[in-house]
Design a protein. Structure first.
Length: 267
């Protein structure tokens, strides 16, 4: 039985299909994973071991300092998923010294040693100026948000330098996420967080944050200052400064609400 000859272009088409499939697979392998980028950015912000860091908040209105606060924060990861527990001890001003704020899981509590009462807080509630309660506790964004890459672009960082960055859109992955959405710029070369736009559930811009003054602490370069700018009034600015990063063995009991009345800071 005589077979019909194959069309003269059949082999060419087959080669083209194979090339296109290979090219698509190569692009898929080369495409950056937004969740991995976000997790790497988390690793820049957060040491991978229990640690203490001192935090100073300074509020400015129209270029004039109007308030300040000093805190000591203690953080450790609770599980392999990277969820953190944090205890914040108020150091200054004197009227707030000794007060505590505890984040364990999705719960955030404020404890006043004078009244012996603990009150549940919202992470969105302002602590000082543009800094919210949720800003001073250690947060794993890759756990709380699902990331999507919107592209690469040049962005001006907090030192007024131009950086090449991934532009990530973050949407809540859990119900307790602090913000309705976040636009986050992360350095292409080093995964450093550069700039973030933080939005309410309604889409309203709450604040713009610049991460700057990177220094080496606990094995990695980390931002030691955040510039937090009000979403409606750019003349309302809060500086959040981190210093004295220290690795330490933090007792698990420090992160239990019923232990707050018995908390004794390290000597």
């Amino acid at each position: 039985m005589r077979r019909n000859p194959a069309p003269p272009f059949a082999g060419t088409v087959g080669v083209l299909v194979a090339v296109l499939i290979l090219a698509a697979a190569t692009v898929a392998l080369a495409a950056p994973d937004p969740q991995r980028i976000l997790a790497a950015s988390d690793d820049v912000r957060n040491p991978g071991r229990p640690f203490r860091v001192d935090v100073t908040l300074v509020e400015f209105q129209q270029g004039r300092q109007v308030a300040s606060s000093a805190l000591a924060t203690y953080s450790r990861a609770l599980d392999e998923g990277g969820q953190f527990a944090s205890l914040v001890r108020f150091v200054a001003p004197a009227r707030d010294a000794g007060k505590l704020m505890l984040k364990n899981g999705n719960d955030l509590w404020f404890y006043d040693p004078d009244t012996k009462a603990s009150v549940r807080l919202s992470p969105q509630q302002r602590l000082l100026g543009q800094a919210a309660n949720g800003d001073v506790v250690t947060v794993n964004l890759a756990r709380d948000y699902a990331a999507e890459i919107l592209g690469e672009e040049d962005v001006t960082d907090g030192e007024r330098r131009t950086r090449r960055a991934y532009k990530l859109e973050l949407r809540p992955a859990i119900g307790s996420a602090t913000y309705g959405s976040i636009l986050l710029w992360v350095g292409v070369d080093d995964n450093w967080p550069i700039k973030g736009l933080f939005h309410a559930d309604s889409g309203r811009l709450l604040k713009t944050v610049y991460y700057r003054r990177f220094e080496r602490h606990l094995g990695s370069q980390r931002p030691t200052e955040l510039v937090i700018i009000d979403g409606l009034d750019p003349r309302s600015v809060t500086l959040m400064r981190m210093s004295e990063y220290t690795a330490m063995d933090i007792p698990a009991g420090w992160f239990q609400r019923d232990q707050l009345p018995r908390f004794q800071p390290e000597r």
